[in-house]
Design a protein around this ligand. Sequence first.
Ligand code: SF4
Ligand code: FES
Length: 383
Amino acid sequence: MTDTSERRQDDAKSRSPWTEPPMGLLAELTHRCPLQCPYCSNPLELERRADELATADWLRVFEEAGELGVLQLHLSGGEPMLRPDLPELVRGARAAGLYVNLITSGVSLDEARALALREAGLDHVQLSFQGAQPELADRIGGFPGGHARKLAAARAVGRAGRALTVNAVVHRQNLDQLEGMIELALETGAQRLEVAHVQYYGWALRNRAALMPSRAQMEAATATVHQAQAALAGRLVIDYVTPDYWARRPKPCMGGWGRNVLNVTPSGRVMPCHAAAAIPGLRFESVQERGLRWIWEESPAFQRFRGTDWLPEPCRSCERREIDFGGCRCQAMLLTGDPAATDPACELSPHHALLRELAEGEATGEPPAFAYRKFKSREPADA
Ligand code: SF4
Ligand code: FES
């Protein structure tokens, strides 16, 4: 560790406990998944089924989350539908006073399961689509027949009377179906559509050249989204996550480190974001050993990049420092080797030109073949 980073660690330790409660908790119930998306943002090393928290552990976590002041619970993965105790978990989360959102691929969400989850108290479903047409969507997800199953899942959610958000992760190989994906969201009866350019963490970084859009694609997509936002106002809310590599300023990743969100991995490690394991030197406490409140308020990993005191220049004296908090710590780590650096998505970062060069280089020419995400063959994904 360098002198500077030692000093920063000491500064973090001496800060007073953080008393603002988090808004949301993302519970990664399992890393197992029947799909094999090349843009998966889960880490390269997935956690094993044998290490997953038991039902009682998750129920205790949800209770502690409610007591801490968390309002929204996002049940995620991998594929959370692979947990047979999902209805019990939903029921427990509702009893803890949490609004419960299920983030799913939908390939095993049939009508009976949608009704069972509604009876358990599920509030909302976020359903991912890989494209507008089945051939392309199934190729990207690596799951033949998956698109048709997702459409059936959307109908099941509608019949169960639950709120629906369609999530469309976009990249150079499906952006020409963006208008179709907006149509698809309308046809499913979704109230909200999230159009999100790929974030290059975890497995997705390995596929960056196969996924990177050109500047022209990015600009066309942005114009399409803005037109649709205006034309569909009152019918469909459209959120847009812009592509970092073509940005001039970074996004406030997670709303700021340790500010709004807790992420609990399948084995119970608590992190400020789903990709934080990429940052060396941080110890992520487990819910098996520590209470959620202590982890949120006092653990060194949550203190490390919280607020603005730790910011380097140019962020320290920048007027946007309380808007984006210097951008994404994981991206800074992956692209510069220093998690405390200004996010290279910012054009004031000394690494920004390199980011642009990477984007321009990778977006030209034929894309390489996808490296599909496969859960370890000795632990089949129970599709
Ligand atoms: Fe944000 Fe830092 Fe860039 Fe300012 S210099 S816009 S705070 S990343
Ligand atoms: Fe970890 Fe942005 S993904 S801080």
